[in-house]
Design a protein around this ligand. Structure first.
Ligand SMILES: *[C@@H]1O[C@H](CO)[C@@H](O)[C@H](O)[C@H]1NC(C)=O
Ligand SMILES: *[C@@H]1O[C@H](CO)[C@@H](O)[C@H](O)[C@H]1NC(C)=O
Ligand SMILES: *[C@@H]1O[C@H](CO)[C@@H](O)[C@H](O)[C@H]1NC(C)=O
Ligand SMILES: *[C@@H]1O[C@H](CO)[C@@H](O)[C@H](O)[C@H]1NC(C)=O
Ligand SMILES: *[C@@H]1O[C@H](CO)[C@@H](O)[C@H](O)[C@H]1NC(C)=O
Ligand SMILES: *[C@@H]1O[C@H](CO)[C@@H](O)[C@H](O)[C@H]1NC(C)=O
Ligand SMILES: *[C@@H]1O[C@H](CO)[C@@H](O)[C@H](O)[C@H]1NC(C)=O
Ligand SMILES: *[C@@H]1O[C@H](CO)[C@@H](O)[C@H](O)[C@H]1NC(C)=O
Ligand SMILES: *[C@@H]1O[C@H](CO)[C@@H](O)[C@H](O)[C@H]1NC(C)=O
Ligand SMILES: *[C@@H]1O[C@H](CO)[C@@H](O)[C@H](O)[C@H]1NC(C)=O
Ligand SMILES: *[C@@H]1O[C@H](CO)[C@@H](O)[C@H](O)[C@H]1NC(C)=O
Length: 632
């Protein structure tokens, strides 16, 4: 009897090791048991129940593979291995939970309590003959059958291939490809990023992801947030892009189901399978116009708690964050801080990529519709922050340390538009107080830090707005700025349009949309290019001498198609701290350019570039569909 007990205990220890290998068992917080998963109990439950083990043939790699957060010697690998496409129904919340498995009663187990075991291999070749790392990890319904491991012992800035299989079986995942980052002190000559934001599944097809992946022209994919949307739309069975679940999402089950649905999209899957991603979130990963204590559609009050089926703001945020970390191939750099996604990457001596969270971490109150007048009065308040003091201090320190270590560039992965923007030409509110314009003291502190420490070669990236905006980075009303030469600026801002969400040019003709862009450019002298018609993405090619930004548009997201249009190209020379003149070579395809011309191509199948070969498309796709509107 005694020896059986002993062996069970030692087995549990052994098993716990394989559980530990799956980083999602630590997520979202290892040190707060109430928020995390008690791995010892999961291990014990698995072993003592002696249920029929999983039949490998019963299991499926339901959502392909993914990788992300590259370091010089390691990268995160992800997959999901499950008995079905269905997600775990436990609705664990911060303040108490309705578990799939109850630690107290050891009841309510739907499937086999045994863990699913997967092996993974990482190699330098597609055939996986030169293995450099391998291992075993477990998963269970507790983490929605996701697997997230850290592949180690890798060499810097190298391509690797990886694959998972069910332990001891030939049931294999698709083959993934990934890449490590350059070593901190390497003099890398070139790194390419593809930059995305705002991919709303029911608004259209994810051609931007597919095109960038098939072109295979960059090293890493960066996502600036609104990777998914929380609202429900469409009728399942009738609308091919109807959301699952059908309505707005609140519970952990809901968020798991929604992110799982997004990952069934073939273009998104292709992009995850072939590139290491570096994403951060914006508001819609949780809910519209989020801030520290609420969202536009939900208050942090008892009335709200009762109205939304006893889901509080905090528990909703926790559900969203938990499923996000389960499903996204990224690191949690501080497990003691489960809301933290802000982090940075040293890309050799070439640049630092600083990923911010201006949204969910510790943001002061934003516009929630009912309070817009109040925010108008508050927006200059010195105490307002988009990031909270911990993150803000880290941000300024990161900028200084980046300069100190001699990195040539600082690239800031930020959600919302940084530059001051008079939007009168396209929106009823001249200033969008949900962007940095509503947090002017935070913006001034950032500009002050850059100017006073002479930190140059900085590029802000932004998404969120569903339109393209390219600006010189300037401290208006403080530093002289020459719009013609760019003198006085401290860097640049590259804001990109949505993958599929609708913007100010949607549902209009190209010319009509470009006329609106011209109004924006007229009213904002640091804004060099504005464009609102196309959905798409941009590539950022970074080298010691210059940055090149290439903007691409999808002629239509109403169908899944491989066509794209080159919209505009920009160069920033190292040390110049503004866009090179003539900006965009003086000519863009769409939108409006300061001191330049817009010359639209007559788009036909022959003039469009395409990233895969298809037949049967006709020109009707050139008219952008009047898609349903979505909030930013
Ligand atoms: C496995 O999952 C895919 C979706 O990713 C589905 O198309 C396929 O039918 C599933 N196979 C089995 C055997 O369940
Ligand atoms: C969790 O919430 C979903 C609705 O989102 C519900 O269908 C399910 O029954 C809930 N599960 C539990 C265990 O309460
Ligand atoms: C990989 O496998 C293919 C097909 O089996 C084979 O032709 C090729 O030579 C292999 N390459 C290496 C490097 O082993
Ligand atoms: C757009 O809205 C219309 C009318 O409400 C609806 O019939 C249609 O299904 C929606 N389309 C999409 C793609 O959601
Ligand atoms: C949140 O509170 C404000 C102010 O009391 C109210 O106007 C608004 O309707 C509330 N929102 C929700 C979703 O209950
Ligand atoms: C930001 O800086 C500008 C330029 O100096 C100044 O006019 C403005 O009042 C400042 N705003 C805040 C909130 O500090
Ligand atoms: C914004 O632009 C409009 C012109 O479209 C102008 O009337 C208005 O004064 C501008 N507002 C600010 C704050 O510059
Ligand atoms: C642009 O389109 C809008 C909406 O369809 C219409 O109201 C407006 O008159 C158009 N403007 C021009 C200049 O064509
Ligand atoms: C951008 O640059 C690419 C090649 O570098 C070129 O093919 C394309 O035409 C350019 N696009 C524009 C709008 O100038
Ligand atoms: C665009 O090309 C088509 C086909 O070549 C031609 O019929 C049409 O007149 C062209 N339109 C313009 C505005 O040049
Ligand atoms: C399209 O087909 C042509 C001819 O077969 C081939 O040369 C080309 O590489 C293909 N392009 C793509 C993107 O697959």
């Amino acid at each position: 009897m005694k020896s059986i007990l002993l062996s069970t205990a030692s087995l549990a220890l052994l098993a716990a090791a394989s559980f530990e290998g799956n980083l999602n068992y630590h997520s979202p917080s290892r040190r707060h048991l109430g928020l995390g998963i008690d791995v010892k109990k999961v291990a014990k439950r698995s072993l003592v129940k002696r249920a029929t083990p999983w039949d490998p043939a019963q299991l499926n790699f339901t959502h392909g593979v993914a990788s992300g957060d590259p370091y010089p010697s390691s990268v995160i690998l992800w997959t999901r291995i499950a008995p079905s496409l269905e997600h775990d129904r436990s609705n664990i919340t911060v303040s108490g939970y309705v578990p799939f498995y109850s630690h107290e009663t050891e009841k309510y187990i739907k499937a086999s309590p045994n863990p699913i075991c997967v092996e993974y291999r990482v190699a330098t070749d597609r055939n996986l003959s030169s293995i450099v790392d391998k291992g075993t990890a477990y998963t269970t319904s507790d983490i929605d059958f996701t697997v997230k491991i850290e592949a180690k012992s890798l060499k810097p800035f190298r391509t690797y291939y990886y694959q998972f299989n069910v332990c001891g079986s030939n049931n294999k995942s698709p083959l993934g490809r990934t890449k490590t980052s350059p070593a901190e002190n390497d003099a890398v000559s070139k790194v390419g990023l593809a930059v995305f934001s705002c991919s709303n599944y029911p608004s259209g097809y994810f051609n931007a992801y597919g095109n960038a992946a098939r072109k295979d022209n960059v090293d890493f994919f960066v996502h600036l947030g609104d990777y998914l949307y929380e609202t429900g739309r469409g009728t399942p069975g009738r609308d091919p892009r109807a959301t699952a679940p059908r309505g707005e999402i609140f519970t952990l089950y809901d968020y798991r189901t929604r992110i799982g649905q997004y990952r069934t999209d073939p273009d998104l899957r292709l992009a995850h399978q072939n590139f290491a991603w570096i994403p951060t979130w914006d508001d819609h990963e949780v809910a519209n116009n989020g801030y520290r204590d609420g969202f536009s559609g939900m208050n942090n009050t008892e009335a709200s708690f009762l109205k939304f089926g006893r889901i509080s703001v905090d528990s909703r945020k926790m559900n969203a964050v938990r499923s996000y970390f389960e499903w996204m191939p990224i690191r949690q750099v501080d497990l003691d801080d489960n809301l933290r996604i802000w982090r940075s990457f040293k890309m050799g001596k070439l640049f630092d990529l600083i990923m911010l969270d201006t949204r969910n971490y510790d943001r002061s109150i934003t516009t929630l519709n009912w309070n817009n007048d109040y925010i108008e009065e508050l927006k200059d308040d010195a105490g307002r922050s988009l990031m909270g003091s911990a993150q803000e201090n880290w941000f300024y320190r990161s900028l200084s340390e980046s300069k100190k270590r001699g990195a040539t560039w600082r690239i800031i992965g930020n959600q919302i538009i940084f530059s001051r923007m008079n939007n009168s030409a396209v929106y009823s509110n001249p200033l969008n107080a949900d962007q940095w314009d509503g947090y002017q003291s935070n913006r001034n502190r950032t500009l002050h830090h850059l100017y006073s420490n002479e930190i140059g070669n900085t590029a802000f990236l932004a998404g969120d707005s569903h339109a393209n905006w390219v600006s010189d980075l300037v401290w208006l009303d403080e530093t002289p700025y020459d719009q013609v030469t760019g003198a006085g600026a401290i860097g640049v801002e590259f804001a990109g349009t949505a993958v599929s969400s609708t913007g100010y040019g949607s549902g209009r003709s190209i010319a009509n949309s470009s006329a609106r862009s011209a109004g924006l450019v007229r009213d904002n002298r640091e804004l060099q290019w504005a464009e609102g018609y196309y959905r798409g993405y941009y590539e950022l090619h970074i080298s010691p001498d210059e940055l090149n930004a290439r903007y691409y548009g999808s002629p239509s997201v109403a169908t899944r198609n491989p066509f794209e249009v080159s919209l505009a190209n920009f160069t920033v020379k190292s040390g110049e701290n503004h866009l090179q003149r003539n900006v965009a070579g003086g000519r863009v395809e769409s939108g409006a350019l300061q001191r330049g011309s817009t010359v639209p191509t007559n788009l036909t199948l022959n003039t469009l570039s395409r990233t895969w070969n298809v037949t049967g498309f006709n020109q009707m796709f050139i008219t952008y569909p009047a898609a349903n509107s979505t909030s930013a």
